[in-house]
Design a protein around this ligand. Sequence first.
Ligand code: SF4
Length: 478
Amino acid sequence: MRSVRLWSVRHAGALAVLYRLFIRLAPRLRRSVEWLGPERLERVVAPAERTIKGFFFDCHMCGRCTLSSTGMACPMNCPKLHRNGPCGGVMADGGCELDPGMRCVWLEALDGAKRVVGRADLDPAQIQRPADQRLRGTSVWIGAIMARDTAAPESPSEGPAAPGQVREPGALERACRSGRFVVTAELSPPDSADPQDLLRRAAPFRGQVDAVNVTDGAGGNCHMGSLAASALLAADGYEPVFQIACRDRNRIAMQGDILGAAALGVRNLLAITGDGVENGDHPQARPVFDLDSVSLLEVARGLRDRGAYASGRSIGARPGLFLGATINPFAPPFRERIANFEKKIAAGAQFVQTQYCFDPEMLEAFMQEVRARGIERRCHILVGVGPLASARTARWMLAHVPGVHIPAQLLHRLEQSADQRREGTMICVELIRAVRQMEGIAGVHVMAHRNESLVPEILRESGLAAERDAVPPRHGAT
Ligand code: SF4
């Protein structure tokens, strides 16, 4: 079936013409469908549509067809059900992070989009709405003829921002707006129910960074929940970034968690789609992926700016959140990563963290495109950096952390070193210095997994600690 799917992508131009013709004719068929009875017709057409679209597109009958805007590649074939992809884990050869034998469906979508007349790319402004479970299995053809309107209540970005309370920016947002170089650090919550275990891990960050980003089941592994960990950090005077992964919760749970986090003093949210469960410690778990990171950003923005759930129902006090997302300039498709970045900004991202940067030249090439479009003026860019403990660690990361790129010469440098741990720290320091010089970068995000105590040393040696001392953080910063 996959070969037929690729045939459809190769002929996306002709299929798009057919689609446009159908959309133009659809209103004229409405009377006939009404006369025959849409429900009765649905019973006949839906199975036929399933067979035809299943054969040509590997269609999953989600009921919200995106084929006309995704180059005739069905995004529901993505194992993460990413409707606004690609994710940051696309492999160097274009293979899927979770199914290396399959080419990323979003690369197929890009190929198809280039064949559609009037398009050269996927439209960054076109945010695909999340799937609607009520429509699963229904006929999109009948829906188009009957102009079934299913969009209104759950497009949180639609409609004006509701008047309400004035949002006071938190410490991270103020630091980003101040124009000084920002530093955040990543914290993986412990496998423990003791809050002291979390606070001990965070202790090296106190007074050193602007915010602590709490991972949410990174790598698909189970740890103390990021909401509880963020709240504990907030109560202890840190500025947490609550990371929330779409992998584990549906839209009801995530919206409840967002309100809960804000109620507990959390001011920053980082929306991620999340790694698959396949490579984590619970591969038997069922992944959720009800939303993707882009839809989650829209939903969070709707809560904050419109004071409404994705369903349209109003809430009381709105969460005053600074919204973040992730980007990966180091994984294919390189050129289109910019469009994906812009889509996240359109959905509400005010700051982004990149995947680990081990290749400043590659980052600079990405930043040239960012600056050409003025994107750095619309979103604060924090570059991910981190110390490599050894060449063995670097090789493990290459094999197990999706979307990580480590140049061969850097691996060689580590291998040749008599003190690989020290060498890894120095590489990190050099990378920070290189990133510091790049125009348009707002700061760094230091990821020192299980090496949190190295962070103060890295900041001192890179000169960032001295810079921070010269401009002390305002009240509320970590
Ligand atoms: S690489 Fe990511 S976006 Fe592409 S198909 Fe796989 S999971 Fe989906």
